[in-house]
Design a protein around this ligand. Structure first.
Ligand code: PTJ
Length: 254
C-alpha cells in the first residue's frame, strides 16, 4: 500500500502513514535501518500516550517556540528519521523562527548527509548545513561529534529531535540551550533538555511552528515569560503519568 492508498478513515491512519514514510526513507537512502527500530520504539510510546499531544507537551512546544524566537543563532538538527517523517514541516518551522537547518547524523556517512540535504531542498529548504563538517562536539568520537563550525558548533539554541543521550549531554556541556522532541519521557535526552517535548515529532514540529507564528509579535519580555512559566520536570512527570495511567482500550483495532 502506498501512502496515497491508505484510506484516511482507517483507525490507524497516522501510524500507517508514518510507517510508510520511514520505509520510503530507508529505500531512498535517507533513513538508517536503525531508524526503523527507533520508529518502532517511538510508536509504542505514542500508543501508550493515546497518540495525542498532551497539554503539557503543547506548553513545551510553546516554550520551545519562544526560546527559538529569543535565540541569536538557532539551529534545527535533522537526522534520517526527521527527514523522512517531516521534511516540509521542518522547513516551515525554520522559516517561522528564522533558524538554520543542519543535517546531523548518529550513523554518519557523507552520502546520507548529501541525500538528506537534497531531500530537504526538494521540500523548500534554501540552505542546509552539515556538509562542511568543520566543527565538533567535544567529548564524542569523531564520527558522532562532527558538525558545522558555523552551524551547531556556533548555535546558542538547538532543536534535536530523537537525539541519543550521549550527544544530548555533550551539547548541554557546550552550553547550548537544548529543545528535545522524544516520545519516551524516561530517555536521557529529554531529561537533559532545557525544553523536553514529549510528543510525536509529526505533531510537535508543526505545533512549534504554529506557536511561533502566534508569538511572532510578542515582545522579548513576553517571550521570556512563556519560557519561565514552563516547568520541564513537571512536563516529564506528566507524560510519564499519562503513559502509566493510560487506557489500552481504544488501540486494539489494527
Ligand atoms: O539518522 P541517524 O543516523 O542520525 O539515526 C537516528 C536514530 C533515530 C536511528 C538514532 O538517533 C537512534 O538510534 O535513536 P534511538 O537511540 O533509537 O532513540 C530514538 C528515540 O526517539 C526513542 O526514545 C524513541 O521513543 C523516539 N522516537 C522515535 N520515533 C519518534 C520518537 N520521538 C518522537 N517522534 C517520533 N516519531
Amino acid at each position: 500500500m502506498t501512502e496515497t492508498e491508505i484510506p484516511d478513515d482507517h483507525p490507524r491512519y497516522a501510524s500507517l502513514v508514518t510507517r510508510h514514510r520511514i520505509e520510503a526513507g530507508v529505500e531512498q537512502g535517507i533513513t538508517s535501518k536503525q531508524g526503523l527500530i527507533a520508529q518502532g520504539r517511538g510508536e509504542a510510546f505514542d500508543y501508550l500516550l493515546g497518540e495525542r499531544t498532551l497539554p503539557s507537551a503543547d506548553a513545551a512546544a510553546r516554550a520551545a517556540a519562544a526560546t527559538l524566537l529569543l535565540a541569536d543563532r538557532p539551529v534545527l538538527s535533522v537526522n534520517g528519521n526527521v527527514a523522512a517523517l517531516a521534511p516540509s514541516e521542518t522547513v516551515e518551522l525554520a522559516e517561522a523562527v528564522d533558524a538554520d537547518i543542519e543535517v546531523n547524523l548518529f550513523n554518519h556517512t557523507d552520502e546520507r548527509v548529501r541525500r538528506i540535504a537534497d531531500h530537504l531542498r526538494e521540500h523548500g529548504a534554501d540552505e542546509v548545513k552539515g556538509l562542511a563538517g568543520d566543527g565538533e562536539i567535544p567529548g564524542l568520537d569523531h564520527a558522532r561529534g562532527v558538525v558545522d563550525a558555523d552551524g551547531i558548533e556556533a548555535a546558542d539554541v538547538v532543536v534535536v529531535p530523537l537525539e541519543d543521550g550521549d550527544r544530548a549531554a555533550a551539547l548541554a556541556a557546550m552550553g547550548k540551550t537544548e529543545i528535545v522532541i522524544d516520545l519516551n519521557p524516561g530517555s536521557r535526552s529529554p531529561r537533559t533538555a532545557d525544553v523536553p517535548i514529549i510528543d510525536n515529532l509529526l505533531r510537535a514540529v508543526p505545533n512549534m511552528a504554529a506557536h511561533a507564528r502566534d508569538l511572532a509579535d510578542a515582545t522579548p519580555a513576553e517571550l521570556e515569560r512563556v519560557v519561565d512559566e514552563f516547568d520541564a520536570d513537571a512536563a516529564l512527570d506528566d507524560a510519564e503519568a499519562a503513559i502509566r495511567e493510560g487506557s489500552f482500550a481504544d488501540g486494539d483495532d489494527e
